[in-house]
Design a protein around this ligand. Structure first.
Ligand code: GLN
Length: 230
């Protein structure tokens, strides 16, 4: 009786996809299993059917970019975002979602109104761990694992900053249905981001079912409800 409800209605359990092209996707599937949410590996466009949210894992964004193109996932992923389904990018997954990549690289799925800089911590701080205050997740700090992590250099007007490093640099953000962290919560046993996206997904599913709409989105290029064109 203590578990938070993870279903839109008792008959329809929420399923969350995890983009499983490369990188730390297994850890996300395990984290979802640990909180009682069904995770679904997504490798092909058809895998997006029937899921109410999507996690984009960390890894190597150049490789993920290539594999998204190779498996013709770009259009379907943009459609999925436009349907209002929540998407959560960690590390390379955040880079995949960013509307701008500092240094002139083409964006991958220009969805979130942020500018990210890849490998922002240089050689000395290649990888590090630190505790972060993330007020939307409650009191205990989040233990952030940063691995060749990006930093968020610019946030758009509609983007909420969820966490900063002690020096003020932004490392976690939310914009409507999109969540992004520069670090890996799934490598530190942190489950609250996964609970948050599961809750957002349940709400999305409930809205979609309530309005009689199927989850299959219509074709739209830009961010859901975004103020500027992608
Ligand atoms: N350095 C990687 C990139 O730029 C991201 C690293 C990660 O996801 N842990 O794509």
């Amino acid at each position: 009786m203590t578990a938070a409800p993870m279903t839109a209605d008792p008959g329809t359990p929420v399923r969350i996809g995890v983009l499983a092209l490369q990188g730390a996707f297994r850890e996300h599937l395990e984290t979802l299993a640990g909180i009682g949410v069904q995770g679904v590996p997504v490798r092909l466009p058809r895998d997006l059917a029937g899921i109410a949210g999507l996690i984009l894992p960390g890894g190597e964004s150049t490789t993920i970019r290539r594999l998204i193109a190779r498996w013709e996932l770009r259009g379907p992923l943009l459609d999925f975002a436009a349907s209002g389904a929540p998407m959560f990018g960690t590390c390379a997954g955040l880079i995949v979602l960013a509307r701008e990549i500092a240094g002139g690289e083409e964006p991958i799925l220009p969805l979130m109104d942020v500018t990210v800089r890849r490998n922002a911590f240089g050689r000395q701080l290649d990888s590090f761990e630190t505790d972060l205050a993330v007020p939307v997740l409650g009191d205990p700090p989040v233990h952030g694992v940063f691995i060749r992590a990006p930093v968020i250099e610019r946030v758009g007007a509609d983007v909420e900053v969820l966490a900063r490093l002690d020096d003020g640099r932004v490392v976690a953000v939310r914009e409507r249905n999109l969540l992004g962290t520069a670090f890996h919560p799934e490598l530190a046993g942190e489950t609250r981001f996964h609970r948050l996206i599961a809750t957002m997904a349940a709400e999305h599913q409930e809205r979609a079912e309530g309005s009689g709409h199927r989850q299959q989105p219509t074709r739209r290029g830009g961010a859901a409800g975004s103020s500027s064109a992608a």
